[in-house]
Design a protein around this ligand. Structure first.
Ligand SMILES: Cc1cc2nc3c(=O)[nH]c(=O)nc-3n(C[C@H](O)[C@H](O)[C@H](O)COP(=O)(O)O)c2cc1C
Length: 198
């Protein structure tokens, strides 16, 4: 199963492209699961260190729904709107709250394949910085970060929404970067499976 995590508080462009990413994966035979921060209660990490002692997060909110999905998933796709040249605060909160998952099991995310999608209102509004933030989270936690490769998807999928769903739907370059990134994600998942069999 691949879990897609939408870090936008709106039913907007980020959700639109993440849903399309999951459709691409399903057409390639993969099961997917969509999780969004929209309408959810997801608090900030309080750095109380409860998780280090008790191996679970003290905050009983909607992260509790995401933890098992992250554990179960073979692949992760973070989709974030670009806020001030980086990921949204909601996306960052999820990453920080994963401390509890890793406190319980330091290998909880290890070896999973991770891709990222960034949607900015501007053409060059910080999408690549946002992708790098997600990739840094992946690297820190043993997730294998992937992009779609050169010629268009160097760090992953990047979109220019002009703050409208109609405009993100018309972003052909963005969808090319998405298709390339999802293709690489599937290839890497298959290669991982093959290696496990050996
Ligand atoms: C607080 C805030 C900061 C933003 N900062 C940026 C930015 O730095 N670069 C950019 O390209 N767009 C920026 N935007 C625009 C959003 O990235 C853009 O509207 C995007 O489509 C939002 O995703 P959504 O439609 O899924 O909510 C910002 C929007 C907000 C609300």
């Amino acid at each position: 199963m691949i879990v897609g995590i939408c870090g936008s508080p709106r039913k907007g462009a980020t959700e639109q492209v993440l849903r399309e990413a999951l459709v691409i994966l399903e057409k390639k035979g993969l099961a997917t699961c969509f999780f969004t921060v929209r309408g959810k209660d997801i608090g900030f990490c309080q750095h109380c260190d409860y998780c280090l002692r008790m191996k679970k997060c003290k905050i009983e909110d909607d992260m509790q729904e995401l933890y098992p999905l992250l554990e179960k998933a073979k692949g992760i796709v973070f989709a974030t709107p670009v806020y001030n040249g980086g990921v949204s605060a909601q996306t960052k909160a999820i990453m920080d709250r994963c401390r509890a998952l890793l406190a319980a099991n330091s290998k909880a995310l290890r070896g999973k394949i991770g891709a990222a999608i960034a949607v900015g209102g501007d053409r060059a509004g910080g999408q690549e910085l946002a992708l790098l933030q997600v990739h840094t989270f992946y690297i820190l936690n043993g997730v294998i970060p992937i992009s779609g490769g050169f010629f268009g998807a160097n760090l992953g999928a990047t979109f220019w929404s002009k703050d409208k769903i109609e405009d993100v739907k018309a972003d052909e370059e963005g969808f090319r970067s998405l298709r390339k990134t999802m293709k690489r994600l599937v290839e890497m998942l298959n290669e991982n499976e093959e290696k496990r069999k050996v």
